[in-house]
Design a protein around this ligand. Structure first.
Ligand code: GAP
Length: 587
């Protein structure tokens, strides 16, 4: 089957494997679970660790222009006032006024309806008024006990003719849910009752710091790692002796009190983010320094950063870097798409935002985002904290010194006009230019922001395959295999002694295992037929299996190396095996 069209049932099979083999468990399962929280088991935590390690290496350690940070999860509440989270980080929430009283995100109600038993029951009845009436008086009582026409079947007579002409199942559901003479209801996809008008619901988890449970001691679990980076920007810049363009990367837990956590680990209440805030000079500073700002075109060479780059080139550069990383870690190029947010979808301060969307079995949805956030965040923290977030750029000051008064005036007129074109005041533009002429500015930010859990889900979905195999005797079999990239796979090598009851063979295999274990996460298995042992490793995505047999012991010391994807086997020395696995894991 084409993975692009993987049905939702593919997710069910994956969820079952993840539980059975120790990747992901429902949190607090022994107490009936806890919605929106997940535990990563022995294999899941290795998988996540590998994703984080790969991100860190690519985004932070391998670059000279990015520094790392590990900030606290609970920070001064003023940070969330400055960032806007206290006032605006909310989802529209509705509650069912009917039987079930469920809370739902108002913008997800129709998405939830798509998978509901109510939709499944009503869809075949669209246009058949008699069948709808029978359903309301019969089976509907179980499937949609809160639905108005189920509770008031006398209403059916008045809408009988309209029931014949409803265009689709949504229109039918709305019609059945709306009491006579009232405006169209927003029906509850769980019980059919009517939902309340949406109201904003802040997603931040509250806690109390210190022993006194008082509103003045309220603090918040961070809903994103980004804000700590902004708050620490001056400390990191000074201590690491960096200057824009440079970035600060951070990996850590974030918490959002999601109204309807759903789609497995896709939307959780506790999750991990991998975020980079990359600080760049404002375009106006680039122009003063370089005489021009490189325009972004289809032909722009984005392989290496250049001093002439403005925000548009830097933004596209990071989009390309992120795509490169996704492919290098096992997501095929055609499994995700770039979605460029339209101007009316952008936050008011954002210049551009690209969502990288992966084709999950439940639909094409955001995997990560790359936003051009202007100087919004640092400006807000400067304003609220009273501490300067400005950078002093000596070369900029020198470049301005070389300009004549006429050149300065022309530059000022141009910038003021540009700012006014973007809806800003001449006063704000002039204040900015005054600072710029002193060599000072607040950096702008490009933010590639990714979720560890979402990446893990995408990689698992993409890797999962049920292969139909036919053996030499014509017997059919299904091989479940996770085609995870070797760098991402939780176990890199499994080592098997051919038999377990020959101590000298077993000891030799143990020695090899111990040697390999020093380098990678390895797995020892001495039980069952070799074929069964291979299958157990295929199912968890182990790229290589090594069998130590009598030839290893009695002849040349070579082992059998079996490749997960091709299932081919070769005899190889342990040294060559190490080189081969190393190349695959670090590739
Ligand atoms: N600092 C920007 C920011 O946080 P976001 O789009 O809200 O932007 C970035 O989050 C990434 O974090 C998302 O693309 C996703 O991968 C991950 N993420 C966000 N909310 C999540 C949730 N409730 N559960 C799992 N991952 C989530």
């Amino acid at each position: 089957m084409d993975k692009k069209e993987a049905p939702k049932s593919a997710l069910d099979a994956l969820v079952s494997l993840c539980k059975r083999r120790g990747f992901i468990f429902q949190s607090s399962e022994v107490y009936g679970g806890f919605a929106g929280f997940w535990d990563y088991g022995p294999l899941g935590c290795e998988l996540k660790r590998n994703i984080k390690e790969r991100w860190w290496r690519f985004m932070v350690r391998d670059r000279e222009d990015v520094e790392g940070l590990d900030a606290s999860i609970i920070m001064h509440p003023a940070i969330w006032k400055a960032s806007g989270h206290l006032d605006t980080f909310s989802d529209p929430m509705s509650m069912c006024k009917g039987n079930c009283r469920k809370l739902m995100r108002a913008d997800q109600i129709w998405e939830i309806f798509e998978d509901s038993p109510i939709k499944a029951a009503l869809e075949p009845l669209v246009g058949d008024a008699g069948a709808v009436a029978n359903w309301c008086k019969g089976k509907g009582k179980n499937v949609a006990p809160g639905l108005y026409t189920v509770q008031h079947p006398e209403r059916l007579e008045a809408i009988f003719e309209t029931l014949k002409t409803v265009p689709d199942v949504r229109a039918l559901f709305i019609l059945l849910a709306t009491p006579a003479g009232e405006p169209e209801a927003l029906p509850c996809p769980n019980c059919g009752g009517v939902m309340t008008e949406p109201r904003p619901f802040n997603l931040m988890f509250k806690t109390v710091v210190g022993p006194i449970d008082d509103p003045s001691n309220v603090a918040y679990l961070r809903p994103e790692t980004a804000q700590a980076i902004f708050a620490e920007f001056p400390n990191v810049m000074v201590s690491s002796r960096q200057a824009p363009p440079f970035g600060i990367g951070q990996i850590g837990k974030s918490f959002r009190n999601e109204v309807t956590p759903r789609n497995y680990i896709f939307r959780s209440r506790e999750f991990e983010q991998m975020e980079l805030e990359f600080f760049i000079k404002p375009d106006e500073a680039v122009e003063l320094l370089c005489g021009r700002v490189e325009p972004l075109t289809d032909d722009t060479d984005l392989s290496e950063p250049k001093p002439e780059w403005g925000w548009a080139c830097w933004h596209k550069y990071w989009v390309e870097q992120r795509k490169q990383w996704l492919v290098a870690n096992g997501l095929p190029k055609d499994s995700f798409v770039e979605y460029w947010q339209k101007p009316d979808e952008l936050a008011h301060y954002a210049r551009a935002c690209v969502d990288i969307e992966y084709r999950f079995p439940f639909g094409t949805q955001e995997l990560e985002g790359i936003a051009a956030r202007s100087d919004f965040d640092l400006s807000r923290h400067q304003e609220h904290s009273g501490k300067s977030m400005e950078v002093f750029d000596e070369p900029l000051k020198l470049a301005v010194k070389k300009l004549s008064d006429d050149e300065k005036a022309a530059f000022r007129a141009k910038v003021v006009a540009e700012w006014q074109g973007r809806g800003k005041t001449a006063e704000a533009a002039n204040a900015f230019i005054d600072r710029l002429f002193e060599g000072k500015y607040i950096p702008h930010v490009i933010e590639p922001s990714a979720g560890v859990d979402r990446m893990a889900l995408a990689l698992l979905c993409d890797a999962y395959e049920e292969q139909r195999l036919v053996d030499e005797k014509g017997k059919e079999d299904v091989r479940t295999v996770l085609h995870l990239a070797p760098a991402i796979a939780p176990v890199k090598v499994a080592v098997f002694p051919l038999v377990k009851n020959r101590p000298e063979l077993r000891n030799l295999a143990r020695d090899i295992f111990k040697r390999l274990q020093k380098r990678w996460n390895c797995f020892w298995d001495e039980t069952g037929a070799i074929g069964r042992r291979y299958r157990r490793q295929d199912e968890i995505g182990t790229p290589f299996c090594v069998t130590v047999d009598f030839d290893t012991l009695e002849k040349d010391g070579t082992v059998t190396l079996r490749d997960r994807d091709s299932m081919t086997q070769e005899r190889i020395s342990v040294d060559d095996l190490i080189a081969k696995v190393d190349a695959a894991v670090n590739g």
